[in-house]
Design a protein around this ligand. Structure first.
Ligand code: 13P
Length: 291
């Protein structure tokens, strides 16, 4: 059932668990995530980066595929179709294409410009019933060719952006996209705590988003959730298990046995690996049975 991400994240905030945002790249990814969410009776967010949207031939293709698949698989759990790290133009394209949620990432812009564009996009999204995420303090690592280093957001700036009417906020707390380097210092819970306190003090408390979910140790995930994180983004980890399972299949020579070259067989180990990874994350985040 396609819905916005607002209600599911408000409920997660109340219930002190997090909803997984899993990036999709193609049909296999989408089907694996939807089926797992349904099996576990968990709400879920399908994240689409601008690069993945382009790869799938555009946001309209993505919307058509997700809507049709949601229906044909009989998915009854809440599913949000969400733009990940959207540009200003990308946000409008997704609003038009029928997404149910967008993220405007103005974190790399001068702060005043981030405020101005976020304000405009809040109105545009809410006017058509979409939820909207904004970002303060760049997330490190590489996302669609844009490289940033893990930055901690300023609580004052978080409160300002939160006051614009957004539905949930991504705030950098030392998190990085992709695999964490060996010398990573870990999440800054001090920053997360300061942000949360400032939002409460200013009367703009809302679900917080943790990007760069890949490779964050389980105890840090649990602590982040206890401090107010209600949405956790995972992308690289699904890519890695897909790669490993596909490699294993080919290295075992299974693609050369019988009809093992059939893409439905060749892609199946990767598909099953994504299902298992998504299940593991939903259990860790506490969203199982919360649909
Ligand atoms: P990872 O690729 O590190 O899991 O991060 C995903 C993400 O934050 C997408 O916005």
């Amino acid at each position: 059932m396609l819905v916005t991400a607002k209600d599911m994240l408000d409920k997660a905030k109340e219930g002190r668990y997090a909803v997984g945002h899993f990036n999709i790249n193609n049909l296999e990814w989408t089907k694996a995530i939807l089926l797992t969410a349904q099996e576990l009776q968990s709400p879920v967010i399908l994240g689409v980066s601008e690069g993945a949207g382009k790869y799938m031939t555009g946001f309209e293709t993505v919307t058509a595929m997700v809507k049709a698949m949601d229906k044909s698989l009989g998915i009854t759990v809440p599913v949000a179709l969400h733009l990940d790290h959207g540009t200003y133009e990308g946000c409008y394209k997704c609003i038009k294409a029928g997404f149910t949620s967008i993220m405007f990432d103005g974190s790399h812009l001068p702060f005043d410009e981030n405020v101005e564009k976020t304000t405009e996009l809040v109105h545009a999204a809410h006017h058509l019933g979409l939820s909207i995420e904004a970002e303060v303090g760049a997330i490190g690592g590489e996302e669609d060719g844009v490289i940033g280093k893990g930055e901690c957001a300023d609580p004052e700036e978080c409160a300002k952006i939160a006051s614009l009417g957004i539905d949930f906020l991504a705030a950098g707390i030392g998190n990085i996209h992709g695999v964490y380097p060996d010398n990573w210092e870990g999440l800054s819970f001090e920053t997360l705590d300061a942000i949360k306190k400032k939002l409460i003090a200013d009367g703009v408390d809302m679900p917080l988003v943790l990007h760069g979910g890949t490779g964050i140790p389980d105890d840090m995930i649990a602590k982040a959730i206890s401090l107010g994180v209600s949405k956790i983004n995972v992308n690289t980890e699904c890519q890695l298990v897909f790669r490993d399972a596909t490699r294993e299949y080919i290295e075992a020579g299974k693609d050369q046995q019988g009809k093992g070259f059939d893409p439905r067989k060749l892609l199946n180990p990767g598909f099953e690996a994504i299902k298992a990874k998504v299940k593991e994350k939903m259990e860790l985040f506490g969203s199982v049975g919360k649909a």
